[in-house]
Design a protein around this ligand. Sequence first.
Ligand SMILES: Nc1ncnc2c1ncn2[C@@H]1O[C@H](COP(=O)(O)OP(=O)(O)OP(=O)(O)O)[C@@H](O)[C@H]1O
Ligand SMILES: [Mg+2]
Length: 97
Amino acid sequence: MASENVSWTEEQKLAIEFKGNNMLVSAAAGAGKTFVLVEKVIQHILAGEEPCDIERLLVVTFTEKAALEMKERIRTALEKARAKNPYDPQIPRQIKE
Ligand SMILES: Nc1ncnc2c1ncn2[C@@H]1O[C@H](COP(=O)(O)OP(=O)(O)OP(=O)(O)O)[C@@H](O)[C@H]1O
Ligand SMILES: [Mg+2]
């Protein structure tokens, strides 16, 4: 989806594909936790039968720095998706210019 050329690890794939309500992601520093969570957000808003607008998601982080990092990564992923799918009306609506 957002990162079509990525070789996800098996654990990352499990975390991305998990559809339950409660999920705890625990992994070493730099293991790709934020990377996985950004992909989950992108899949929520762009994939599946019921895409949901980004405005309907609440993402809470421990620090403002982490929130800013996630915001920037989600924006970059959305911009990549928009470049790949220029006629998809769902994508531009998610990017606040
Ligand atoms: N499967 C993968 N393939 C390629 N790059 C990956 C993969 N998983 C993670 N990365 C890259 O590894 C780096 C670290 O990932 P990320 O920042 O998501 O880790 P993190 O677990 O959130 O780190 P931290 O504990 O510091 O918050 C990023 O540059 C990310 O793009
Ligand atoms: Mg992180």
